[in-house]
Design a protein around this ligand. Structure first.
Ligand code: BGC
Length: 745
């Protein structure tokens, strides 16, 4: 064990601990069942395999799998969905000696039938109700299709946009990420596990997968415990406190030890210190991968190392099913260890009600009705428009957005303008999904008296320039150009790391050709990650960052472009100017040589070929109206550890449109026993104001908010001065205050 238990115990004692009460009745049912089980049957419960979605319906493997299910050798399946299939396969499990039902898991990441924006996009809404609602609808649809369990939310903090999986998470920040983790778990699981409009959630990937070196997927992770505890673990703890039923471990090593075989993570932190009562599923093949990592000598050794380190269910490694029984017989794995893993899984099967009715999620009439529910599309539109970030609007005063619907000519141009699949993004698993509204279609149906023309200019990856002349001609005849560019859906996600995160193909060239027409250019950009697009950032007249916005993406974009929705989203992740700046986060350290003047950076912590600042900072996002911040007060200059202070200020909508501002509270602990970041997000509120309206906004600051992990990993606040900052973005602080924390008596 790499860390003293006492240290962890201290850290845990000071974190808000939630009692994970277990139901005594379920526990006794589990115990009674366990008494009847052979070792082989117990091992079967730890074996999770993929259904025909991956292996193919006619493959011999699949036939063998089905035979194994009847023998009680499979505890769970992924990639089996739909009422017909889940019923057919569950029926096989019920033929096994003890009739133990299967758990059906699936990657329901951002919708099932109705596709919502990718998680990073949704996170830009900073809207916990909308995010919870999105997860709830995804759960409702998936549960109606026989699924019990989603492998979501991904709560990995990610600060490297080269990593394709930044798309699946909530961005770079521990505080925002924790709030979103809670919202997603609540949304997926509802009020009670076992309700058939909910599924079990999975907090993944435990842990630190988002910090893969150089943004290369599956790469090693090497980080201090300080970083781990402060930045990477809080969203997991938040997911757990919100009741996450399961955790998934990860592919990466953490300081040399694969997460899947990592007892410090899974035992010391998760199961002991945090008192997690659910079960841990491995990532796909991650038990087996401990062999190439150089941590296990063979599959048998990997099985032993995984289960002894607290990884309960084996997803697709076939390690436990092949070797665990022998390992128990030879004493390499204690029966107690095996029993603990099996109990955790059986408990969830009882909790979901599967022993009472193994088919309770698989009801054909419900599947039909729920997947056709029109309110789901309305919710997808709501979240999508709340996720669109207005990065830029206007050069020198002239604001091209919102577009007018009066008689004018709008040229819609670009490889992604009429794309549909690219609006959905990765991780969409249902074959028969809700129809997607393209950007062009959305603009056409919202354009009023305006005349819309269209030219794609190139294929979706913009591999050639043959269509540019037609696109330029179309633009030349228009009053304004809407240019839809970006990444295609398959460039972001798992195993989609990129060293070059500029626009693929000839898209920059297309922009230049259109710019030369002199027409105002409004760029709509699709992507699953922050891209680098310096020329467009400097020269476009307006930019809307649309992520992959889902089934209703085209309508959401049109609502924003025509001003039916006043954009309110804020970036949940920093946009660098170049790959050379990565990793780049607003919550950086000051260093001993901070840059105070960009014109004088010699022997400062700087680059000789770039400024330090990002292209767009964390928290950035514009509106069609203006917000004025004034009159900051802090209720007291000093506070004792048991007191709290209130920070208040006036927020006024000084523009002409109603709008929503996401006000952000940051703080800095000026001097501490461990240096603190120059800014840390510690609060945010979404405030809707009519034009001309003003409201007083308040945040409460208590000791908890001022706390951090010291060098002994003890959570607490240290006496001293704190700078308080309120603003519209991490680089747009409008008001500052201060408070002094007094020593404990
Ligand atoms: C991914 C997981 C996912 C699993 C099952 C893995 O490759 O890393 O996030 O849940 O596959 O599809």
């Amino acid at each position: 064990m790499t860390m003293k238990k006492t240290t962890l115990a201290l850290a845990a004692a000071l974190l808000p601990l939630l009692a994970h009460a277990q139901d005594a009745q379920i526990e006794s049912k589990v115990a009674a069942l366990m008494k009847q089980m052979t070792v082989a049957e117990k091992v079967g419960q730890l074996h999770q395999i993929s259904g025909r979605l991956v292996t193919g319906p006619t493959s011999s493997d699949y036939a063998a799998t089905l035979a194994d299910i009847r023998l009680g050798k499979v505890g769970s399946m992924l990639n089996v969905k739909g009422v017909a299939d889940t019923r057919a396969i569950q029926a096989l499990a019920l033929q096994s000696r003890l009739h133990i039902p299967l758990l059906f898991g699936q990657d329901v990441i951002h919708g099932y039938h109705t596709v919502f924006p990718v998680p990073l996009g949704e996170s830009a809404s900073w809207d916990m109700e909308a995010i919870e609602q999105s997860a709830h609808i995804a759960a409702r649809e998936a549960a109606a299709a026989g699924i019990h369990w989603t492998f979501a939310p991904m709560v990995d903090v990610a600060r490297d946009p080269r990593w394709g999986r930044v798309m699946e998470g909530a961005g770079e920040d521990a505080f925002l990420g924790s709030a979103i983790a809670r919202a997603r778990v609540h949304g997926f699981q509802g009020k009670q596990l076992g309700a058939t409009d909910s599924v079990m959630a999975t907090a993944k990937h435990f842990a630190a997968y988002g910090a893969a070196v150089a943004g290369r997927d599956y790469n090693a992770v090497d980080m201090s415990n300080q970083q781990l505890f402060e930045v990477y673990l809080p969203p997991f703890k938040a997911a757990l406190d919100a009741g996450a039923a399961t955790f998934m471990n990860s592919f990466n090593t953490l300081n040399g030890i694969p997460a899947t075989g990592n007892a410090f993570l899974q035992h010391d932190i998760l199961k002991d210190s945090w008192n997690f009562k659910g079960f841990v599923v491995s990532d796909w093949g991650s038990v087996r991968e401990m062999v190439p990592h150089g941590y296990a000598s063979d599959l048998a050794d990997a099985s032993v190392k995984a289960i002894n380190a607290g990884s309960d269910m084996d997803m697709e490694s076939y390690a436990h099913i092949k070797h665990l029984e022998d390992a128990v017989k030879s004493g390499k794995v204690n029966m107690k260890t095996l029993d603990d893993a099996v109990q955790r899984i059986l408990y969830k099967k009882f909790e979901l009600g599967l022993f009472d009715d193994p088919y309770r999620y698989s009801v054909a009439a419900r599947e039909k009705a729920v997947l056709a529910d029109p309110s789901h599309r309305a919710a997808a539109l709501d979240v999508a428009q709340k996720s669109l970030v207005l990065l830029k609007n206007g050069v020198a005063g002239a604001k091209p957005l919102p577009l007018s619907r009066a008689a004018q000519k709008i040229a819609v141009i670009g490889p992604l303008a009429d794309a549909r699949r690219d609006l959905e993004g990765g991780w969409v698993v249902e074959g028969d999904r809700a129809p997607v509204v393209s950007i062009l279609e959305g603009i056409r149906s919202h354009a009023g008296k305006a005349e819309v023309s269209y030219a794609p200019a190139c294929d979706t990856r913009c591999s050639g320039t043959e269509g540019f002349a037609e696109a330029v001609a179309t633009a030349s005849k228009a009053d304004v150009v809407v240019l839809a560019v970006g990444e295609t859906w398959d460039l972001s996600g798992e195993a989609k790391s990129r060293t070059d995160i500029t626009l693929p193909g000839h898209q920059e060239q297309l922009f230049a050709a259109l710019k030369a027409t002199g027409k105002p250019i409004v760029v709509v950009m699709l992507a699953g990650r922050p891209l680098v697009f310096n020329t467009i950032a400097e020269q476009a007249d307006a930019i809307v960052y649309a992520w992959f916005p889902g089934s209703e993406g085209g309508n959401a974009v049109a609502n924003v472009l025509f001003g039916d929705y006043n954009p309110s989203a804020k970036l949940p992740i920093t946009f660098p100017r170049s790959v050379g700046q990565i990793p780049l986060s607003y919550a950086q350290y000051n260093t001993g040589r901070p840059v105070t003047d960009e014109k004088n950076v010699v022997y400062k912590s700087a680059y000789i070929d770039s400024v330090n600042t990002p292209r767009y900072a964390f928290g950035h996002g514009l509106s069609y109206t203006d917000f004025k911040y004034s009159g900051l007060t802090v209720s007291s200059k000093e506070m004792s550890p048991s007191q709290q202070v209130t920070l208040s200020f006036d927020l006024a909508n000084t523009g002409k449109a109603e709008g929503t501002e996401i006000v952000q509270l940051y703080l800095r602990d000026m001097v501490a026993s461990v240096v603190r970041p120059v800014k840390e997000l510690k609060g945010f509120q979404k405030i809707h104001l009519q034009a001309g309206e003003q409201r007083r906004v308040s945040f409460t600051i208590d000791r908890e908010l001022l706390s951090f992990f010291n060098s002994q990993l003890v959570w607490g606040a240290e006496a001293g001065d704190f700078k308080l900052m309120v603003g519209s973005a991490s680089d747009d602080i409008r008001l500052e205050g201060a408070v002094k924390l007094l020593p404990s008596k």
